[in-house]
Design a protein around this ligand. Structure first.
Ligand SMILES: [Zn+2]
Ligand SMILES: [Zn+2]
Length: 478
């Protein structure tokens, strides 16, 4: 007590040279709790002067709270002990009722034997009832405990030093969550467990990363980025977290940003194929096909059988109109994985572009066998059938694509042109208009509309449509 009298603490107000003189113990005060003479002169805490004490009272307070806290913990532990005692009584009762040896049974009189059989045949239903009842009680109790822990708001305390108990619990939950993510692919469940892990240690880097990945797998890309960012605050060079962020950005269509974050990871690990893929696909979506090919080649130097890179290269070559080269690379992808839906679609589309429509239908069908809802493959099949003159069939397959994506431009124009070929000019105009709502500059749709109007002898409107189509780059001509 006396030695505490000599302790001096500088006033937290940096403009004050005095030491702390008083402490505010008011429960709802928001001001600096420790303060000096100068602070008093400035009039702080005057509204609740009855709760001000001199500094030595602070040390008495510390000791008192420590003792009271021990007291509380002792009482809580006793409550749990009493609970355990009651539980033991229950266990003992269950044993007494249901467990007897054959010898004990044989020593019973006939009335006792009868009673035992009567009771024990109902063991199963007793078992079911007690298990359920306990589970309900335990769930309630556990969730109340978890709530109480989270209400301690430990991670928000500036003086809190995370305990080993919490670190271990957090790690244990992370391992469980990781298994759900990695082995079982139960992403919703994984997130629940990982959130619990983060309750015990909000800075568990891998739990943050794994949560980001699970969210990404569920298509919740914005939330995935938030979690990846938290992981990157702890380690800004972690390739896995960087990949989660880059890939989520790519899925959100933010290709330039995706490339920036993929590049950061590639600085750390230039040979990680999935990272290169994120960059390649982003470049491809930005229309930078030559660059995409350069980067796909880099991935293929690391792993010549990296299917996604083989596919990306083929698609880039296709978009550059280099169909013969494109076929070579898509075939390599299909050698690695004959069931890669993307590559099967790519091959169908390339075959369509080189006029091999029957072949194109065959390969689109292979993709559709694996994924009957692959919109692009449905559209490629529809368009190939159109080119083969099977207009009714073409409409059927275009409709299937449009059921999945009513704004799929290629399917809309395929349907419009097929209807025009079938002589249904009014219908053709309706579907060409739908296509033009999605892409007002789609040359093919403008031409279908113009031709249909002309065939309906609406020359004025036809002229308007063909003027519009002439103003558009004829390279888009299909
Ligand atoms: Zn002061
Ligand atoms: Zn105060």
């Amino acid at each position: 007590m006396n030695q505490n009298d000599n302790i001096s603490i500088k006033c937290p107000n940096s403009e004050h040279t005095n030491n702390v003189k008083l402490v505010c113990f008011d429960e709802s005060c928001k001001g600096e709790r420790l303060y000096c003479i100068q602070c008093i002169k400035n009039g702080i805490h005057v509204s609740h002067s009855q709760n001000q004490e001199e500094l030595p009272k602070m040390f008495e307070h510390i000791q008192r709270v420590e003792i009271e806290c021990d007291d509380l913990i002792n009482k809580m532990t006793k409550q749990m002990d009493l609970l355990q005692q009651d539980f033991n009584l229950l266990i003992q009762g269950i044993r007494s009722k249901y467990q007897i040896s054959t010898q004990q049974f044989l020593n019973l009189n006939s009335q006792q034997m009868n009673s035992y059989v009567q009771q024990s045949v109902n063991f199963r239903s007793f078992e079911f009832a007690i298990k359920q009842l306990l589970q309900i009680c335990i769930n309630q109790f556990q969730s109340q405990i978890a709530k109480s822990i989270s209400e301690l708001q430990l991670t928000e305390l500036s003086y809190y030093q995370i305990s080993n108990l919490y670190l271990n619990k957090s790690e244990e939950l992370y391992q469980k969550g990781y298994k759900l993510y990695s082995d079982d692919k139960q992403y919703d469940e994984a997130i629940k467990i990982l959130d619990k892990a983060l309750n015990f240690n909000s800075k568990h880097q891998f739990a943050l990363w794994c949560k980001a990945e699970s969210l990404r797998m569920l298509g919740q890309y914005n939330e995935a980025i938030i979690s990846a960012d938290k992981a990157l605050q702890i380690d800004q060079k972690n390739c896995n977290s960087l990949y989660s962020k880059a890939e989520s950005l790519r899925m959100l269509g933010q290709y330039n940003k995706a490339i920036i974050w993929a590049d950061k990871a590639l600085q750390v690990n230039p040979k990680q194929c999935n990272l290169i893929s994120t960059k390649v696909e982003s470049l491809r979506m930005l229309g930078q096909y030559n660059k995409a090919i350069i980067w796909a080649d880099k991935a293929l130097q690391v792993d010549p059988k990296h299917c996604y890179s083989l596919y990306s290269k083929a698609e880039s070559l296709r978009m550059l109109g280099q169909y013969n080269e494109a076929i070579i690379w898509v075939d390599k992808a299909l050698q690695v994985d004959p069931k890669d839906c993307f590559s099967l679609y790519s091959k169908a589309e390339i075959l369509k572009m080189v006029g091999q429509y029957n072949e194109a239908v065959i390969w689109a069908d292979k993709a559709l066998q694996l994924n009957p809802k692959h919109c692009n493959s449905l559209s490629t099949k529809a368009d190939s059938l159109r080119m083969l003159g099977q207009y009714n069939e073409a409409v059927i397959w275009a409709d299937k694509a449009l059921q999945l994506n009513p704004k799929h431009c290629n399917s809309l124009s395929t349907k419009a042109e097929s209807l025009r070929r079938l002589g249904q000019y009014n219908e053709a105009i309706i579907w060409a208009d739908k296509s033009l709502q999605v892409d007002p500059k789609d040359f093919f749709s403008l031409r279908i509309k113009g031709d249909s109007l002309r065939l309906l002898k609406d020359y004025k409107e036809a002229l308007k449509a063909s003027d519009q189509s002439l103003s558009i780059n004829p390279i888009q001509y299909k």
